[in-house]
Design a binder for this molecule. Structure first.
Ligand code: SAH
Ligand code: SF4
Length: 344
């Protein structure tokens, strides 16, 4: 018989699975408590469950946790990057980040990414497949166990486009949020998207009040076309329009990510154009000087970054220059990339 990965199920599905096997409902809660609170991933160590039932559980289920094949820790700020091996041997990365008020995990949603943004290492690595709900959830469990931390903030900003793996990502989020599982407040979970407009609209009806971050990176189609091929399918106005619909329904402020690239999108006139584009939308703009990237784009000078920032502020748009973490281990955004099995 093929065993099923417990982490792929929602709470209700798991109750059904257990009931069908004549296991009591409270066994579900016990097993989840071992997994999510105590980080025990082996039924035989779940000592408040009878030995017979542990054996029974082990016949039908398993708990799939990725295997760490490389861990790099920043000497500057403790940021830690994990390279995981999945059951099928494919690899993904996650990052653990420490802030004064939160411990955050940057989680992958796909193996690689099909969208091929020019500035992104994941995009350059190509696309292999979607992650299962369990593979998304388990990245957090694996980090917590290895580093003995309680992650209280999750951003889907690792490898992949979360809204192209919509159902699995939402299932993972429901599980992180579930009281019997990770019990993490929805507002502490962020989806970052390259702007899949129809899915952003769909997300507005999601029952959980998560946060949304949109990777715009340009003030117009002319520039966005040059760096993000997905703009051909969802042009910038459609992306902004979907954010408006999202905001009307959720009342949430949307974060706009804007990678600043020297000579491409970093002038004051671009900031003004961006401000005009975002008119009527309650946003927070994160300006990120581009990190090392496959296209060899360069960072603008401090002077350009500051005048860009000031221009946005003049237009009453909240904006910040993002502080990078883990720069000594290439853990920053867009630096996560697939490597061959076990090879660094
Ligand atoms: N696919 C989603 C989420 C993963 S990428 C998205 O695109 O939003 C996470 C973030 O890293 C995105 O904002 C992306 O634009 C950014 N990023 C990618 N490459 C980067 C680079 N070279 N420098 C700075 N940020 C980068
Ligand atoms: Fe994919 Fe996001 Fe990278 Fe673009 S920036 S290639 S959408 S992971």
């Amino acid at each position: 018989m093929i065993k099923k990965n417990i982490l792929d199920f929602s709470y209700d599905e798991l109750v059904k699975e257990f009931t069908n096997l004549n296991l009591k409902k409270f066994r579900v809660d016990q097993v989840l408590d071992w997994i999510f609170k105590k980080h025990i991933f082996d039924f035989f160590e779940m000592t408040n469950i009878s030995k017979n039932e542990r054996e029974f559980l082990d016949e039908y289920f398993y708990i799939s946790i990725p295997e760490p094949i490389d861990i790099q820790e920043s000497k500057i700020d403790g940021t830690t990057k994990f390279l995981w091996k999945l059951e099928d041997g494919r690899t993904i990365e996650s990052v653990l980040l420490f802030y004064p008020n939160r411990i955050s995990a940057c989680i992958s949603s796909q193996v690689g990414c099909p969208l091929k943004c020019k500035f992104c290492s994941t995009g350059a690595s190509g696309f292999e497949r979607n992650l299962t709900p369990g593979e998304i959830v388990a990245q957090v469990l694996a980090i917590e166990k290895l580093k003995d931390v309680n992650i209280n903030n999750i951003v889907l900003m690792g490898m992949g486009e979360p809204l192209l793996n919509y159902d699995n990502v939402l299932k993972a989020i429901r599980n992180w949020n579930n009281k019997k599982m990770k019990n993490l407040g929805a507002r502490r979970i962020t989806i970052s998207t390259s702007g899949i407009a129809d899915k952003i609209e769909e997300l507005a009806d999601f029952e959980l009040d998560i946060r949304l971050s949109v990777s715009l990176h340009a003030p117009n189609n002319y520039i966005r076309d040059q760096i993000m091929p997905i703009n051909a399918k969802y042009p910038i106005e459609e992306v902004v329009q979907s954010c408006k619909i999202y905001q009307e329904k959720t009342k949430n402020r949307v974060t706009i990510e804007y990678i600043a690239i020297k000579g491409l999108n970093d002038e004051e006139k671009h900031a003004q154009e961006l401000a005009d584009l975002l008119k009527g939308l309650k946003v927070m703009v994160n300006i990120i000087p581009v990190n090392p990237n496959p296209a060899n784009y360069e960072r603008p000078s401090k002077k350009f970054l500051n005048s860009f920032l000031n221009k946005l502020k003049e237009n009453n748009i909240e904006a910040t220059l993002r502080i990078e973490k883990g720069t000594d281990i290439d853990a920053a955004c867009g630096q996560l990339k697939m490597r061959k099995k076990g090879v660094k």
